[in-house]
Design a binder for this molecule. Structure first.
Ligand SMILES: Nc1ncnc2c1ncn2[C@@H]1O[C@H](COP(=O)(O)OP(=O)(O)OP(=O)(O)O)[C@@H](O)[C@H]1O
Ligand SMILES: [Mg+2]
Length: 413
C-alpha cells in the first residue's frame, strides 16, 4: 500500500455518518479515488460528545478509504459544525505602505477586520472577504497590484467554540491523523453545490444533515450570512419512531424508502408495512400517515431557517432562490415544501465538481461537505488567503494546524 501520487483527503465528521473522501488533484479538480463511511455514534447536533466512539468511526472510515484508494492516509482536512458556529460581518482598514497593494497589505487588512473582541472560549476559524475598498473605490475583488493610499476590507468572520474545534482535532489525532485544516461544514457544502451565477445573484444554501441544518447566504459573489441550527433528519426519524411505535432503525428505513415531505402528494391507497416494538407483529398503515408525521417537522426546520434569514436581514438577497443539500435533501417532496415555505424557486444541490471513478456516488447531496473539503484547493484564491489569515489567530491545539495549513495552501498557490 504506497501510492506515490499526491492525494488530498476530506474527513466529514457528520452527526449521522463519518465519511472520508480521497482525491487525486487534477487540473479540472479533485478526482475521487477512495471513499470510506461509518455511522457516527459520538456526535450530537454536529458536536463531538464521545471521543472514543468518534475515533472508532473515523478509523473505520479511514481504513475503508485507504483500501479503496490503495494509499495510506496521514493528513486530512476535517469539517466542524454545531450550533456554536456564529458568522458576522466585519470591516478593517490599513494604509497602503508602498505604491501598490501587496500580499502583506491584504494580510494586514484581513487581520484588522477580524480583530474583534471575542469571549475567551471562542476563536475565529475563517475570514471570508466580501469586497475590498481602495480609497473610495468599492467593489474590488482582487486588490493586489492596485494603486492607492488606503485599503479597506469587508469580510464575513466565522467563529466557533474553541473546545468543540479542539475535540474534532483531538479525535483526528487519536485516530493517527494530522489535521491540515479545519473547515466549517456550511462553507464546505456551499463551495460544493452553488454555481457562480447563484453566488453573484444571491442564494441561500441549506444543508439539512442528520443533527444540524446549515444556512449560508451568498450575494455579490460573497458570503453574507451563515448560521447552524441544531435540528436535522434525526428529528424526523425520532418523530416517526414515536408516532408509529416502531424501532428507530425501522423508522430510519421507512423514512428513506417511503418518506415524503408533502402529505397531499401521497395517494390515499398507498399502504406500507410498519414493524412494531415489543415482539408484536407488523401493521399495515397508509403511507400518508408517515408523510403527515414528516411534513410538519420539515416545515418547522425550514421555517426556522427562513426566520433566521429574516432576522439577519438577508431574505431579500435571494434572487436565485434556495439550494437544498445534505442527506435530508433526498427526502421525496422536500422541494415542493421548501418552495411553499420560502416562496422562492428551490433546487437540490448535488456536489457535481468531483471527477473520478466514484464521482457518481459522491454526487449525492449527503456528500456535499465531503466534496467541499476537497474543493478547498480549487476555491477562490481570496477565500484561501483569508483562511490562512484566520488560521494565524488560532490557539492551543490549533496552532499546530496553522503551520500545516500554510503548507497546504503554499502547495497550491
Ligand atoms: N432518501 C432519504 N430520505 C430522507 N432522509 C434521508 C435520505 N437519505 C438520507 N437521509 C437522512 O439524511 C441524514 C444524514 O444526512 P448527512 O449525511 O448529510 O448528515 P451528516 O452530515 O452526518 O450530519 P450533520 O451534517 O447534521 O452533522 C440522516 O438523518 C438520514 O436519515
Ligand atoms: Mg453534514
Amino acid at each position: 500500500m504506497a501510492r506515490k501520487q499526491a492525494i488530498h483527503v476530506g474527513l466529514d465528521l457528520g452527526t449521522h455518518k463519518t465519511s472520508v473522501l480521497v482525491a487525486a488533484m487534477q487540473d479540472d479538480g479533485p478526482h475521487v479515488i477512495g471513499l470510506g463511511t461509518a455511522p457516527s455514534q459520538g456526535l450530537k447536533r454536529g458536536v463531538v460528545v464521545n471521543i472514543d466512539s468518534t475515533v472508532h468511526g473515523i478509523q473505520r472510515a479511514v481504513r475503508e478509504a485507504e483500501i479503496m484508494a490503495d494509499c495510506e492516509i496521514h493528513s486530512v482536512v476535517v469539517s466542524a459544525s454545531g450550533s456554536h458556529v456564529r458568522g458576522f460581518n466585519s470591516h478593517g482598514m490599513v494604509p497602503i505602505k508602498g505604491r501598490e497593494v501587496c500580499p502583506a497589505d491584504i494580510e494586514l487588512v484581513l487581520d484588522a477586520a477580524k480583530a474583534v473582541a471575542l469571549p475567551m472560549d471562542r476563536q475565529v476559524l475563517h475570514v471570508v472577504p466580501q469586497e475590498y475598498i481602495i480609497d473610495d473605490q468599492d467593489g474590488i475583488k482582487q486588490p493586489q497590484g492596485m494603486a492607492g493610499v488606503r485599503l479597506e476590507a469587508r469580510v464575513h468572520v466565522l467563529t466557533a467554540a474553541t473546545a468543540a474545534v479542539q475535540n474534532v482535532v483531538k479525535c483526528c489525532e487519536r485516530s493517527g491523523l494530522e489535521v491540515s485544516q479545519v473547515v466549517l461544514a456550511p462553507l464546505a457544502s456551499a463551495y460544493a453545490v452553488l454555481t457562480e451565477e447563484e453566488r453573484d445573484l444571491g442564494v441561500a444554501m441549506i444543508d439539512i444533515g442528520g443533527g444540524t441544518t446549515d444556512l449560508v447566504v451568498y450575494q455579490g459573489g460573497a458570503v453574507r450570512h451563515t448560521a447552524v441550527l441544531g435540528l436535522g433528519g434525526s428529528h424526523l426519524t425520532n418523530d416517526i419512531a414515536a408516532g408509529l411505535r416502531t424501532p428507530p432503525q425501522e423508522a430510519e428505513k421507512l423514512k428513506q424508502r417511503f418518506g415524503c415531505a408533502l402529505a397531499s402528494s401521497v395517494g390515499n391507497d398507498d399502504m406500507i408495512e410498519v414493524p412494531s416494538v415489543g415482539g408484536r407483529g407488523p401493521r399495515v398503515l397508509a403511507r400518508q400517515i408517515l408523510a403527515e408525521i414528516i411534513e410538519p417537522r420539515v416545515e418547522e426546520i425550514l421555517g426556522l431557517v427562513s426566520q433566521e434569514a429574516s432576522r439577519a436581514g438577508v431574505e431579500n438577497l435571494l434572487s436565485s432562490g434556495v439550494v437544498l443539500t445534505g442527506g435530508t435533501a433526498s427526502l421525496d417532496g422536500i422541494v415542493g415544501l421548501a418552495e411553499r415555505v420560502f416562496h422562492l424557486p428551490v433546487r437540490i444541490g448535488a456536489p457535481s465538481q468531483a471527477g473520478g471513478g466514484l464521482a457518481d456516488i459522491v454526487s449525492g447531496p449527503g456528500y456535499a461537505t465531503g466534496v467541499g473539503l476537497l474543493l478547498g484547493a480549487h476555491a477562490p484564491a481570496q477565500d484561501l488567503v483569508a483562511a490562512a489569515a484566520a488560521g494565524a489567530g488560532s490557539q492551543g491545539v490549533l496552532s499546530k494546524v496553522k503551520h500545516r495549513m500554510g503548507d497546504w495552501l503554499r502547495e497550491f498557490f
